[in-house]
Design a protein around this ligand. Structure first.
Ligand code: GLC
Length: 594
């Protein structure tokens, strides 16, 4: 009996070790489907376009693609308003197209991660239509409340404001009540106090997991719950004012969101979803990346509570805490403080951009593109790259007339709309220098192509000796080395302008990787001999566009010369002495032969 249990344990251990933990050191590439590749000439990207471009992504070396929403939607928020979680929007293709994309991705070894939008649906969803009619369990699927009527008039249930401006409540005449929408009017908030809704949302995860997806990015997760009116005399309480001087009464920032954000109940729901994902982890563990723009301590709670496992909360410190004028000390501090807050044993991640943010090259300046990509790729954990960041694409210009983003349109301000616009980061991908950057054959694309597409595009960067593309690809190739996947991390601000990151592998048989970035525009020479883990002799394996030191050049650690704005990755190796030594041996051998 003892032997039998031992056997079972060994078999279990073996089967556990067969599960692929692929995402623990991986590159996840975010695709905004509307803007990636248009295969049918309608000016909008689609699934077949993505499928056709998979070889590009495989060659780039990314482990997985995360697709922003592809589901049936009236597109008020470009897919984040979902009318049916289990079907594909005709703009993007059909379920057959999705299955074909999955099959091709599998063939090429690129995993597919989907966007899961649990906080709200579209008001065109059947669920919402049924809820408005109070049909069965649907009645409680959304957050409904009566308006307030007093001597001075009729008002929404509370003062809550939508992230996209103005009241977060909208009256529905079918139901005779207001519904909550924390985003656009067409995005009614789901009610997580309904158990039936919670179960239905788990079923959505299972539907796509059965199709073989490798995980999810979870949208706006910290908005899931609002306070329970039962605890507030049956009503939703007003939120207090923030007294933020730059916020007008219609702006989200005008209030403090005590009752609509970061509620404790949220975490348990995320841990429940993790269980669903784990029940599909026979061959590979599934990634769950949650989006919550909130305090770092609250973010960390998504990882788990010590008893239950959770998600990997997106790390937005590169977006919010680093700017184009940050120096090496600032960067070191930002990196170290995120890592020191993380619960032990959990996977870190680094986000340089997404479809909601101004592009990296615009935020940090084009001359820091290689530096930021290098950091995101060389630090431990998951790298999340938004499409085009590997090329250093910049924000496009979008006139008021061309503006599509509801966040900008809702300002109703043709002068200052651009401050809220996310369209700038959503312009079509630059494939080549032809019409519409090779993105579409349409006369007009859904958003205009950015004006610099003739110089910043895949085709040009592929044939240019040194380009952001080549640099990115060379560094991606390091992602699965022992040093980057499992190595010990060191971060060093050698001077206020030079940041050095070391990754020392667990075994000395493997290469150490050293990343160096010079944030100044002037050249400098540094001595790294006092920095732990830096090998005496180093060889350049990735050289940024501004570096004089090219790939394969060798340096000694006590004198590394760096051009201005240069980003480099090195590995160790007594490369410098191998060739002369070999030559010496061959000469000896030849003399001996004679
Ligand atoms: C997330 C998405 C954003 C969307 C919002 C509402 O923040 O990234 O694009 O507008 O949620 O779904």
């Amino acid at each position: 009996m003892r032997e039998f249990s031992l056997l079972v344990m060994v078999a279990l251990a073996a089967s556990v070790s067969c599960v692929d933990n692929w995402w623990k050191s991986a590159v996840v590439y975010q695709i905004y489907p509307r803007s990636f590749m248009d295969s049918n000439g309608d000016g909008k990207g689609d699934l077949t376009g993505i499928k056709n471009k998979l070889p590009y992504l495989q060659d780039l070396g990314v482990d997985a693609i995360w697709l922003s929403p592809i589901y049936k939607s009236p597109m008020y928020d470009f897919g984040y308003d979902i009318a049916d979680y289990k079907s594909i929007d005709p703009d993007y293709g059909t379920m057959d197209d999705f299955d074909a994309l999955m099959a091709e991705a599998k063939k090429l070894g690129v995993r597919v991660v989907l966007d899961y939008v649990p906080n709200h649906t579209s008001n065109e969803s059947e669920w919402f239509v049924n809820s408005a009619k109070r049909n069965g369990t649907y009645a409680d699927y959304y957050v409904w409340a009566n308006g307030i009527t007093n001597a001075s008039g009729s008002y929404p249930p509370s003062n809550w404001i939508s992230i996209f401006h103005k009241s977060a409540w909208e009256y529905n005449s079918v139901r005779g009540q207001y519904y909550l929408h924390q985003f656009v009017i067409g995005q009614p908030d789901l009610n997580y106090r309904s158990q039936a809704l919670q179960e239905e949302m788990k079923e959505v995860l299972r539907f796509w997991l059965r199709k073989g997806v490798s995980g999810f990015r979870v949208d706006a997760v910290n908005m899931l719950y609002e306070v329970d009116p039962a605890d507030h005399g049956g009503t939703f309480p007003n939120e207090p004012r923030s007294y933020n001087p730059s916020a007008t009464p219609d702006d989200y920032e005008y209030l403090l969101h005590w009752y609509t954000k970061d509620l404790n109940e949220t975490y348990e729901v995320v841990y429940d979803w993790r269980e669903v994902l784990d029940s599909f982890a026979q061959n590979e563990t599934k990634i769950m990346m949650t989006e919550a723009y909130t305090d770092i301590d609250l973010m960390m709670r998504y990882y788990g509570d010590g008893k239950r496992d959770g998600s990997m909360p997106f790390n937005f410190v590169f977006l919010g805490n680093i700017t184009g004028s940050s120096n090496a000390n600032d960067m070191k501090l930002v990196i170290d403080s995120w890592l020191s807050k993380m619960p032990s044993g959990k996977v870190a991640n680094w986000v340089n951009g997404n479809h909601d943010q101004s592009r990296m090259a615009t935020r940090h300046g084009v001359n820091r593109v290689d530096a930021m990509n290098l950091l995101a790729l060389i630090l431990p954990g998951v790298t999340i790259t938004y499409q085009g960041e590997e090329l250093g694409m910049t924000d496009g210009y979008i006139s008021w007339v061309d503006t599509k983003d509801p966040q900008a349109c809702n300002t109703e301000d043709p002068i200052n709309y651009w401050k809220s616009s996310r369209d700038v980061a959503r312009t079509p991908f630059h494939w080549d220098a032809s019409t519409n950057a090779g993105f579409s054959s349409a006369a007009k694309t859904w958003l205009p192509v950015a004006s610099n597409y003739q110089t910043v595009n895949v085709e040009v960067q592929k044939v240019t000796n040194k380009s952001h593309y080549h640099f990115y690809k060379d560094v991606v190739a390091l992602k699965h080395t022992a040093a980057v996947a499992d190595g010990t991390l060191g971060t060093h601000a050698v001077t206020s302008n030079v940041l050095v990151v070391t990754r020392v592998p667990p075994s000395s048989k493997d290469h150490t990787i050293v990343a160096i970035i010079n944030l100044a525009s002037t050249s400098t020479t540094i001595d790294l001999s006092k920095i732990a883990g830096v090998p005496e002799n180093m060889k350049v394996i990735a050289s940024g566009v501004d570096c004089a030191l090219n790939k394969d050049a060798t340096v000694k650690r006590n004198s590394v010369s760096l051009s201005g704005n240069c980003a480099l990755a090195f590995e160790n190796g007594a490369v410098r002495f191998v060739a002369p030594f070999l030559l010496y041996c061959i000469t000896l051998f030849l003399i001996w032969l004679q």
